[in-house]
Each structure stands twice: as structure tokens, then as C-alpha cells.
Design a protein around this ligand. Structure first.
Ligand SMILES: Cc1cc2nc3c(=O)[nH]c(=O)nc-3n(C[C@H](O)[C@H](O)[C@H](O)COP(=O)(O)OP(=O)(O)OC[C@H]3O[C@@H](n4cnc5c(N)ncnc54)[C@H](O)[C@@H]3O)c2cc1C
Ligand code: FES
Length: 270
């Protein structure tokens, strides 16, 4: 069940001139959150922004006894709300509603989990990688960013035993180029009798290319779509995504309640 809380900012760690990790005290949200779910956050106390904005749950924080105490958000500053979240100070508060949406579906061995993240699309994969580790699933993170300074949390994934495949658009770390290139090579060379589930989150062009590559190689793929969301609760239809219908036609789903995680081969990519 989602809860709506006024969450205190416990910490704000700047990662770069655009990215930060904001830690919020929200035990009830943390206790219920599943990998891939999101929260609707209202930053600031004035009329701008009027509406909440969606953010993936990045980390679930726990005390020494293992009890959930809060969540963190991996925030990328692009506008009003994300600017306020970048500037937020400990002791301030934000409105936090969640967890919301359909989470990732887990896999078990021998199926391998290949996570594909573009930029801030890394956010849902920290909790997913922890869950996969508990299930002893062999996991790979394909992670692309613009430059080396925008590839975050690498040791966290390494410590979980996740293999890292990195790309940067300027070639400053990992392979030069986009993350779909090494993914396609690995899909081409991987033994067909080893099952793989591809999980993807990032810009829509990356999601479309990932879903198409997975389909070409006969691999299942779950994508987490990032549409503009007005309510996060199914009421405003600002977040619709066109999907294939069983009769061969198409229909639209509200990605805040049918997603954000959707079957990659059923989304009609534009
Ligand atoms: C399910 C979900 C999970 C998300 N998780 C995260 C996360 O973990 N971390 C994070 O930093 N961001 C995340 N986002 C994106 C985040 O919600 C937007 O960046 C945010 O709404 C922008 O708000 P703003 O007030 O700063 O920008 P605004 O001032 O409202 O807009 C600035 C510009 O960004 C464009 N824009 C706004 N929202 C989006 C969007 N969703 N996609 C593309 N362009 C957009 C606007 O059209 C405008 O041009 C997520 C989005 C969804 C749907
Ligand atoms: S965000 Fe309002 S219906 Fe999805």
C-alpha cells in the first residue's frame, strides 16, 4: 500500500554538478518498496512546482537491526523540481507518496539478469541487484553515460558480484559510444541455451533499441519507461504508452499503474 508522508531530508550527497543522492526519512515507504517502483515527490512549498514528480526508489536504507528507515533518490537536475532536490538541505522536508507502480519481475538461476542503464536510468537497479544477489542470480550491468564522472556507484555493484560493462559517449571510461553496442555483441555471442532476462531503464531511444535487440535474439525484456507523470495514480492520463493489443491492433496503458515496468516487446516504439 502506498503512503503519503512528509519526509525529512536526512542527507544530500552531491555526485557531480548535475547529480545528487537525496536521503529521505520514510520508513513506511521503504518497508513496502519493491525494485522498479517509484515515489511521487513534491519539492518546495510554493506554487512552482504545483505537481509532484516521479522518482525511482534508488536505495532502501536500514538501521543496524535491518529495519527500513528511509529511501534515497538518485536525482538528475533538469528543471524546477529536480533543481530543488539538488539544492535541498538536511532538515528540510518534501512530500513523498509511494511506493507506486508495477515493479520488475524477478528471475531465478539459471536465468541470467542483464541490467541496461542509461544515465539516471541507473536508479532502479541498485535494489534490483540486491534482490538478484539474494536469489544467487548471475548479473551483468551494462551502464552508459556521457562521461566517466557520470558513472556512479560502481563499487556498490562490484561488491554485489555484478559484472560491469561500461560505455561513455566521450570515451573517458569503458568503451567509446552507446551502451546498446556491447549489449548487442553479448546477445549475439551468448549461448542460446542459457536463459537471459534483460532489464532496461534510461532514455526512450535506448529502451527502444534494447527491446528490439532483445527481441531479435529471442530474449525477454522488461523496460522501465519514463513518461511525464501528473498524478502517478492513474487519474490524469498524462503518462500513456502505446502497446500492442492481442487482436493485432494497439491500445494505450497508463504507465504509472500498468508500469513503469512494461514488457519491451509489447511497447509500440515511435
Ligand atoms: C517512473 C519514473 C521514474 C523516474 N525516476 C527518476 C529518478 O530516479 N531520478 C531522476 O532524476 N529522474 C527520474 N525521473 C524523471 C523525473 O521525473 C523528471 O526529470 C522530473 O519530472 C523533471 O521535473 P522538473 O520539475 O525538474 O523538470 P520540469 O521543470 O518539469 O521540466 C524540465 C524539462 O524536462 C522535461 N521533462 C520533465 N519530465 C520528464 C521526463 N519524465 N522525461 C523526459 N523529459 C522530462 C520537460 O518537458 C522540460 O523540458 C523518473 C520519471 C519517471 C516517469
Ligand atoms: S500519471 Fe496520471 S494517469 Fe499516470
Amino acid at each position: 500500500m502506498p503512503t503519503d508522508v512528509v519526509a525529512n531530508v536526512m542527507a544530500n550527497r552531491r555526485l557531480s554538478s548535475d547529480y545528487n543522492v537525496l536521503t529521505l526519512a520514510a520508513p513506511a515507504v521503504a518497508a513496502a518498496a519493491l525494485p522498479g517502483q517509484f515515489v511521487m515527490i513534491r519539492a518546495g512549498r510554493g506554487h512552482d512546482p504545483l505537481l509532484r514528480r516521479p522518482f525511482s526508489v534508488f536505495e532502501v536504507l536500514r538501521d543496524r537491526d535491518g529495519s527500513p528507515t528511509g529511501i534515497s533518490l538518485l536525482n538528475k537536475r533538469i528543471g524546477v523540481s529536480t533543481g530543488l532536490l539538488y539544492a535541498a538541505r538536511p532538515g528540510e522536508s518534501v512530500d513523498c507518496l509511494g511506493p507506486l507502480g508495477r515493479p520488475f519481475s524477478f528471475v531465478d538461476p539459471p536465468t541470467e539478469a542483464w541490467m541496461v542503464a542509461g544515465g539516471v536510468g541507473l536508479a532502479p537497479f541498485a535494489t534490483l541487484a540486491e534482490a538478484l544477489r539474494r536469489r544467487a542470480v548471475t548479473s551483468v550491468l551494462f551502464y552508459g553515460a556521457r562521461r566517466a564522472g557520470e558513472l556512479f556507484h560502481l563499487d556498490f555493484f562490484r561488491d554485489l558480484g555484478v559484472e560491469l560493462v561500461l560505455t561513455t559517449e566521450d570515451g573517458s571510461l569503458g568503451e567509446h559510444g552507446r551502451i546498446v553496442a556491447p549489449l548487442e555483441r553479448r546477445l549475439s555471442s551468448h549461448p542460446t541455451d542459457t536463459p537471459v532476462m534483460v532489464f532496461a531503464c534510461g532514455p526512450e531511444g535506448m529502451l527502444a533499441a534494447t527491446a528490439k535487440a532483445a527481441a531479435v535474439h529471442g530474449r525477454a525484456c522488461q523496460v522501465s519507461v519514463e513518461r511525464i507523470m501528473g498524478c502517478g495514480l492513474g487519474g490524469c492520463y498524462s503518462c500513456v504508452v502505446p502497446m500492442q493489443a492481442e487482436d493485432g491492433g494497439h491500445h494505450h496503458v497508463r504507465s504509472c499503474i500498468a508500469g513503469p515496468v512494461l514488457a519491451g516487446d509489447q511497447v509500440l516504439w515511435e
